[in-house]
Structures are given as structure tokens and as C-alpha cells.
Design a protein around this ligand. Structure first.
Ligand code: HEC
Length: 435
């Protein structure tokens, strides 16, 4: 088994900043349909304004709101791009709020342009970055964003299995790949290091500390994950581009590529005995769904939506797929839907008769890792200040543990405590409130 510090190490190159907009633009997905003309996507827009009419924020804004600001089509496209790359991660594509507050027009128009500009420029200690003073956005871009978020959010397109298949590239077909490892690298000590803004990963030989290859991947790679055999490395960008790297090539490189949606964070491969390297699964933030693919070609086989009810039995239109891990006890993927707080144990033994055990935990599931035995998966419900403990053998919630504020464990850390024995530890983004 390969143990690799993949993805956990990420190098952020400030140098790539100026070229920030290019990577996504060049891979512009089916974005045309939700460009300026998407304002005419009335049904959802109407539905959204109807739904938000009941919120207290809207009620408190009863004095007639300022007229919606106007944007030229070019400004709108520019703002949409910035929002998608810089803001959607925290505020949600539909702006209904997640880590960041909701930014729907009923709220933003009541706040007014001056307030919004100041907030966007200077940020806040509660977690809103200072986009203006950090130099990431110019004053005119801050002004643009303040106007943009007072308009109805455009509805991004769906992304079907056919769209995914259309984007797929068989760069080195399976038949042309080597039958055995064709290099001398010690794959147990290989690092995949994210070169964030460059849209690349560096493969580094841990023994010699030499760079083996730098490969072009999606933008701001979020995760690198090894296949069960250790031959393949899967790398997914925030722009939902998934690359498959074959580590058996004389010089490890990309052999297949696919775009699984518009925004994504997670990828995993089948690890259960008999299914090693057979399937890959990737989860997207938009559209809210996951896709199961062939492990060696990335050919999509099945797409499943995560839209539905939260653990509080309220409908959520955008439950984004957060972390995914593979069970060692069953042929199952453990898929965490952020906004609903539901943990999906998806059995991949029969894709046509897909069996899923849905475990209710707590809202805003994020990242997590296994305990030392590999049986328990511990996942952060970050905004609930809890860690959900899933028993992957029994497919049950074993515990919901109150922890400090905003747990963000990564994989967490396992160590043997002299008194308590095996322990799993998480870190937090905020300090534990006293009392
Ligand atoms: C890292 C997460 C994060 C990102 C990225 C982010 N925000 Fe925020 N944002 C927050 C948080 C958290 C708050 C609430 C802060 C508070 O209450 O003090 C917030 C608040 C705001 C507010 C004030 C809302 C209100 O009702 O008071 C605005 C406006 C805003 N964000 C706009 C943006 C824009 C525009 C972008 C992209 C350029 C962006 N945010 C990116 C986390 C984020």
C-alpha cells in the first residue's frame, strides 16, 4: 500500500495570480448558456425570489428597496466569473449561504452598495476575506461585485452523463499502457503537490527530492488520491476537471481526463477486495451530484443527484458533495453531502440496482479521516461544531461528538495516548468557546 501525503501539501504560487482568470476561461465549460442571457432563466429566479419572500431579512426590508443596479453584459460575465472562482466556494453557487452568509438579492439590496463594497474590500474577522485590501480585487472589481450580488443569481447549467462523456479524453488508451511498472521510482514515497493557481501538480520523488514531472491539471487542485493498487493517481481541480495519472509510465503522466461538473472537490477509488482500481467516484459542488466512473478510463457510468431533504427535513436545492472515502469492509463509497448533513453509503457492487444506506448526522459535512483500525470514519460537521463517527462495518452512525468551533480535520491524526490508547484528533478553525 502506498502511503502518500497527497493533496495535503499544497503550494500556493502567488505568481499565478495575475493569470488567475485564464485557466477557467480556456476550459470554459458549457458556460455560454448561463451567461448574461441566463438572466432570462425565469422559473428558478422566480422561485428563488418567491421562496425568500418569507425570510425575516426580506420582511425587515419592507421599505422600498433601491432599484437593482444595472450591469452591461460584459460586466455581468466578468462578475459571474469572479463570483464563481472566488465567492461560490463559501457563499454557494445559488448564493443561499454555506460557510459564508446568504447573498440573495432580498438581503443584499437591503444592505445597499456602500455596505457591500466596504465588506468586500475589507472583509471581516468572522471569515470573510479582505478582497480589496489584499490586492486580489481592484476597486472597480469590488464595485462590480457589490452591484452583481444585488442581482438574481444566474442559474448554472446542469451537467449530465452525456456532458461528462463528451468532455472525456482517452489520452493513452488502456491497451497502450504498460503491463508493469516501467520506472525505478519508489512509489511508496511519491508526493503529489498542488501548484494551486498554476493549475498543475508536481510529482516529487521523496527519496531523491527530485521533481519527476509537472503535469497540467484542473485549476486549484483540491485532492490527489491513490488507487488501491498504487498504480493510478487521481487529481481533481476546483473546476471539476479530473485527471488520471499512470505512475507505471517511464515518466508518470496523464492518461485520461474528464470534466465531471462545473465545480468539484472530491474523488475516490474503489478499495474493497476484488474491486481494486475498478471504479472511481467524484463529487461535485455544482451540479450537486456524484458520478461513478470506470477506474482506468474515467468513462462515466452513473450520475446520482444529492438534491433533497436535510437532516431537519427541509428541502435543499444545492447539497454539495464534500469528502468521499472508500470503505474497506464493503464495496461502498462513503459520500458526504454538505448542506443536508446526510452520509451516503453507496454500494457499487451492482450499479443498476444501486443500494444506498443514508445516515443522518449533522449539517455542513466537510472533511474527515479513518481511525487507526480503518473501521470508523470521522467527519466534521463544521458549522454544527460536531464530528460524526460512522461505523463502516455496520453502516451506522456510531456517535455524534461535540467538539470545538468549526472542526477542520483534513484526515485528522491518529496516535496512541499513554492513558487513553488509540486516539483520533481534529483541529479547529476557531478556538473553543469558554463556558
Ligand atoms: C472563505 C470564505 C469566503 C469567501 C471565499 C467569500 N466570503 Fe463573503 N463572507 C464570508 C463569511 C464567513 C461572511 C460573514 C462574515 C461576518 O458576518 O462578519 C461573509 C460575508 C459577506 C458579505 C456580507 C453579507 C452580509 O449580509 O453582511 C458580503 C457582501 C460578501 N461576503 C461577499 C463576498 C464576495 C463578493 C466574495 C467573492 C469575491 C466573497 N464574499 C467570498 C466568507 C467568505
Amino acid at each position: 500500500m502506498i502511503s502518500m501525503t497527497a493533496g495535503a501539501t499544497s503550494i500556493t504560487t502567488k505568481a499565478g495570480m495575475t493569470a488567475f482568470h485564464n485557466p477557467l476561461k480556456s476550459s470554459t465549460m458549457k458556460a455560454k448558456s448561463w451567461r448574461f442571457t441566463a438572466l432570462a432563466a425565469l422559473p428558478l429566479t422566480l422561485w428563488l425570489s418567491h421562496a425568500s419572500a418569507d425570510t425575516p431579512a426580506a420582511a425587515s426590508a419592507t421599505p422600498p428597496m433601491a432599484a437593482a443596479p444595472t450591469l452591461t453584459p460584459a460586466e455581468f460575465d466578468h462578475a459571474r466569473q469572479i463570483y464563481f472562482e472566488r465567492c461560490a466556494g463559501c457563499h454557494g453557487v445559488l448564493r443561499k449561504g454555506a460557510t459564508g452568509k446568504p447573498l440573495t438579492p432580498d438581503i443584499t439590496r437591503a444592505r445597499g452598495s456602500e455596505y457591500l463594497k466596504t465588506f468586500i474590500k475589507y472583509g471581516s474577522p468572522a471569515g470573510m476575506p479582505n478582497w480589496g485590501t489584499s490586492g486580489d480585487l481592484s476597486d472597480s472589481e469590488v464595485d462590480l461585485m457589490a452591484r452583481y450580488i444585488q442581482l438574481d443569481p444566474p442559474t448554472p447549467p446542469e451537467f449530465s452523463l452525456a456532458d461528462i462523456e463528451k468532455s472525456r479524453k482517452d489520452i493513452v488508451p488502456v491497451a497502450k499502457r504498460p503491463a508493469r511498472k516501467m520506472n525505478q521510482y519508489n512509489l511508496d514515497n511519491l508526493f503529489s503537490v498542488t501548484l494551486r493557481d498554476a493549475g498543475e501538480v508536481a510529482l516529487i520523488d521523496g527519496d531523491s527530492k527530485q521533481i519527476i514531472n509537472i503535469v497540467k491539471t484542473g485549476y486549484a487542485v483540491h485532492i490527489s488520491r491513490m488507487s488501491a493498487s498504487g498504480r493510478y493517481l487521481y487529481v481533481i481541480g476546483r473546476d471539476a476537471r479530473l485527471d488520471l495519472i499512470d505512475l507505471w509510465l517511464p515518466k508518470p503522466d496523464i492518461v485520461a481526463e474528464v470534466k465531471i461538473g462545473l465545480e468539484a472537490r472530491s474523488v475516490e477509488t474503489s478499495k474493497y477486495k476484488g474491486y481494486e482500481d475498478k471504479y472511481a467516484v467524484a463529487g461535485s459542488y455544482w451540479p450537486p451530484q456524484y458520478v461513478i466512473m470506470e477506474g482506468d478510463t474515467l468513462k462515466p457510468l452513473k450520475v446520482v443527484s444529492t438534491r433533497g431533504m436535510t437532516v431537519d427535513n427541509e428541502y435543499h436545492p444545492e447539497p454539495r458533495v464534500a469528502s468521499i472515502v472508500a470503505s474497506h469492509f464493503h464495496p461502498e463509497f462513503v459520500i458526504n453531502a454538505k448542506e443536508t448533513g446526510k452520509i451516503l453509503m453507496v454500494n457499487y457492487a451492482d450499479l443498476n440496482n444501486l443500494k444506498t444506506t443514508t445516515i443522518d448526522s449533522a449539517k455542513f459535512l466537510h472533511d474527515g479521516g479513518f481511525d487507526a483500525t480503518g473501521r470508523y470514519f470521522l467527519v466534521a460537521a463544521n458549522a454544527s461544531n460536531k464530528i460524526a463517527v460512522v461505523d463502516t462495518k455496520e453502516d451506522k452512525l456510531a456517535a455524534l461528538v461535540d467538539v470545538g468551533k468549526t472542526p477542520h480535520p483534513g484526515r485528522g491524526a491518529n496516535f496512541a495516548h499513554p492513558k487513553f490508547g488509540p486516539v483520533w484528533a481534529t483541529s479547529h478553525l476557531a478556538t473553543r468557546p469558554s463556558a
